[in-house]
Design a binder for this molecule. Structure first.
Ligand SMILES: [Zn+2]
Length: 280
């Protein structure tokens, strides 16, 4: 019979404070790495879970890219390249916008994931995180809307003291008006009207409003006003690209790569070598 070997049991020693601090640090780094998510996609998935009936976009027979929602042959994902911007954005999305392929606010969360928050608009029960953000004293929150009350109007003045944060109402012209007038919790935020950018405007949606800007276009103008020309131009060029490819999707023809594509590729190359850019 084999001789029994005595087993040495090491007494448990609690980890040192230093070891605990190091673990917490690396765990926080790990979480930071995985929490960089597309907030629009999260919102879309949430709405899909809540939705009792299937949303049918126009041209539903078209095979669409899951990410940009354009036809597979007109996908613009190649030109989506996350970057940093000099200002932050809060997209308040009307619930009807979430499934619309014509929506442009969704691209902001993809182009500037670290500088953009997306919330579903709710008249009476806004997200507590949104209210916290609006009340943050380190931010200068500005609502992008052509408000007619003089006491509420202001203009964009970038400073080093506060982080400029633009609140964008993401909906049709009519929906944006409702969101502006019915949100009591927005009443303390000053409003800025954007200058008219150009005649071309938003070709994929018809609007009776002469100076109607899409959400992505408005964000581009905001960035230009803050002095961040690089990010602002990228936004506006990407918006033009979206227009071209959306019309190609609607007309069922493959878009012809042109000057704009080359320009955006060039911008991406410059952005990749610049300090403000991050790659996906
Ligand atoms: Zn795509």
């Amino acid at each position: 019979m084999a001789k029994a070997v005595p087993v040495r049991v090491r007494p448990w020693v609690p980890p040192s404070k230093k070891a605990l601090c190091l673990s917490a640090f690396f765990y926080a780094k790990f979480l930071a790495g995985i929490t960089r998510v597309d907030e629009f996609q999260q919102l879309r998935e949430q709405r899909m879970r809540e939705s009792t009936r299937e949303f049918r976009a126009r041209g539903k027979s078209v095979v669409r890219c899951e990410k940009c929602q354009l036809a597979d042959f007109a996908c613009i994902c190649t030109w989506i390249h996350s970057q940093a911007s000099a200002a932050d954005f809060v997209v308040l999305m009307h619930r009807k916008e979430v499934f619309k392929p014509t929506n442009t606010g969704r691209f902001l969360a993809q182009l500037f994931p670290d500088n953009c928050r997306v919330f579903a608009w709710d008249r009476t029960q806004p997200d507590p995180q949104l209210l916290e953000l609006l009340a943050d004293p380190r931010r200068e929150c500005l609502l992008v809307y052509p408000c007619e009350q003089p006491e509420r109007q202001t203009s964009v003045h970038p400073t080093n003291e506060k982080r400029l944060t633009f609140i964008l109402l993401d909906g049709t012209w009519k929906q944006s008006g409702r969101m502006f007038h019915l949100s009591e919790w927005l009443k303390t935020i000053k409003a800025v009207a954007l200058p008219e950018r150009r005649r071309r405007g938003y070709t994929v949606r018809q609007s009776h409003q002469e100076n109607y800007l899409s959400t992505l276009e408005a964000a581009g103008v905001c960035l230009q006003l803050t002095g961040d020309e690089r990010a602002g131009n990228y936004c506006l060029d990407f918006f033009d690209l979206f227009n071209q490819h959306y019309l190609a999707t609607r007309g069922c023809y493959p878009p012809v790569p042109g000057e704009l594509h080359a320009k955006l590729s060039g911008q991406l190359l410059n952005a990749t070598s610049g300090a403000g850019a991050t790659s996906d």
